[in-house]
Design a protein around this ligand. Structure first.
Ligand code: NI
Length: 155
């Protein structure tokens, strides 16, 4: 089995908080990441596809094709966006690097023309990275509205 990886980058803002927590608890749990107007990261997304090379092309997957799929399914939707407010597939989800892996997996799972999705890796910084291999995991989607989509604006 061969594993091929395409790396993409995007820049985005986010805020980490749980709308069911009190302000005090959000501050205690998320600290600076709970900053009201968010903060930014330069993210790195690595997508690994496994398979056997096609005997006629030598490709597990055409990496140009994978790049185009990543751009369409993920990068164009998150780059220079606020992950809490601008990205439909993230509405109501706490945009940690862990949860981004799971949501990105869902965006890609049925879109590969060849090979099999093996790993999603998301770097939030050089120091913080998460890996996801597609094991079943359920992440809560909190109600959007007064809570995660424009709440907290001072009167
Ligand atoms: Ni952050």
């Amino acid at each position: 089995m061969i594993y091929v990886t395409r790396k993409s980058t995007f820049s985005a803002a986010h805020r980490l908080y749980n709308p069911t927590f009190t302000d005090e608890r959000n501050d205690a749990v998320f600290d600076k990441c709970n900053n009201l107007w968010g903060h930014g990261h330069n993210y790195v997304l690595e997508v690994t596809v496994k398979g056997l090379p096609d005997p006629e092309t030598g490709y597990v997957i055409d990496l140009k094709e994978l790049k185009d799929i990543l751009d369409d399914a993920i990068i164009q939707k998150v780059d220079h966006k606020h992950l809490n407010h601008d990205v439909e597939f993230l509405f109501g989800i706490i945009p940690t690097v862990e949860n981004l892996c799971v949501v990105f997996w869902d965006q890609l799972r049925n879109r590969l023309p060849s090979g099999e999705l093996h790993r999603i890796r998301v770097y939030e910084s050089d120091q913080n990275v998460a890996d996801y291999y597609g094991e079943p995991v359920s992440i809560p989607r909190y109600a959007v509205g007064a809570s995660m989509h424009g709440e907290g604006v001072p009167a």
